[in-house]
Design a protein around this ligand. Structure first.
Ligand code: HEC
Ligand code: HEC
Length: 203
């Protein structure tokens, strides 16, 4: 069956709208999640805590999208994201564990939402990024990560991993493949400088 161009455009727009609709994240059991999440804050709850090798700061999770936590943890568990410690953390987790710990971590701060009205002036290089990661680096879908306020060195690390294919994602790999080292440096500095994510703090 041939789907007309118009129809495809309508479908694409609908998908985009569906993705942009904020959905409450209520599947996880918070009390279970808190127990599971205790060890996580040993790294993610310490401001500026570093991954030893390669050296970069542990990503900020405060204000990050809950459904994105689920996707990322599944990635460490199934090996599409290579990181020894995180794989070790995720490998023993069931789907329910992942839902619960994600709900707990998300509850520590709640979604970061873009300040209404005016948007950040932006950087020309971000044109290819804003459709998903938002005008202000605040993601437009619960399953896509917010970049605003993330640690600069972590953003560099993540982009290089998509570029060299060690971190596997069908959306990010082709986009990152087009980036030079200086593009990556510029983009990371820009997104890290926007207001957004913060280090999680236990309640
Ligand atoms: C020993 C330190 C350490 C511990 C403990 C730890 N993490 Fe991590 N976490 C990291 C590092 C480092 C990364 C970045 C890994 C990479 O390169 O992909 C990371 C990445 C993540 C990400 C992806 C963030 C993003 O922006 O993509 C999530 C989600 C996450 N961790 C959740 C957890 C949860 C849940 C736990 C507890 C079950 C946990 N972490 C325990 C160090 C840690
Ligand atoms: C079509 C949507 C889309 C576009 C466009 C896009 N991204 Fe992404 N991005 C994603 C998704 C989905 C993920 C999570 C992938 C995963 O699970 O690893 C992601 C992940 C990332 C991450 C890792 C964040 C973290 O916390 O680990 C960075 C950094 C990033 N994108 C930067 C960019 C930049 C810079 C651009 C523009 C050059 C861009 N993205 C364009 C969808 C997109």
């Amino acid at each position: 069956m041939v789907i007309g161009k118009m129809k495809m455009a309508v479908i694409a727009a609908a998908l985009l709208l569906a993705g942009a609709t904020p959905t409450a994240f209520a599947e996880g059991d918070m009390a279970r999640g808190e127990k599971l999440g205790y060890t996580c804050l040993g790294c993610h709850g310490i401001e500026g805590y570093r991954n030893a090798y390669p050296s970069f700061r542990v990503p900020r999770l405060g204000g990050q999208k809950a459904a994105y936590f689920v996707a990322a943890l599944q990635g460490y568990r199934d090996g599409s994201r290579p990181h020894r410690t995180m794989a070790a953390q995720a490998s023993s987790m069931t789907d329910q564990d992942i839902e619960d710990v994600s709900a707990y971590l998300a509850s520590l701060s709640g979604d970061t939402v873009a300040a209404g009205g005016s948007t950040a002036p932006g950087l020309e290089e971000t044109t290819a990024c804003t459709a998903c990661h938002g005008q202000n680096g605040i993601s437009v879908s619960p399953t896509w990560p917010t970049l605003a306020g993330q640690h600069e060195d972590y953003l560099v690390h993540a982009l290089k991993q998509y570029r060299d294919g060690t971190r596997k994602n069908v959306l990010m790999m082709p986009l990152a493949a087009a980036l030079t080292d200086s593009d990556i440096a510029l983009l990371a500095k820009y997104y890290a400088g926007l207001e957004g994510l913060e280090t999680s703090k236990a309640n």
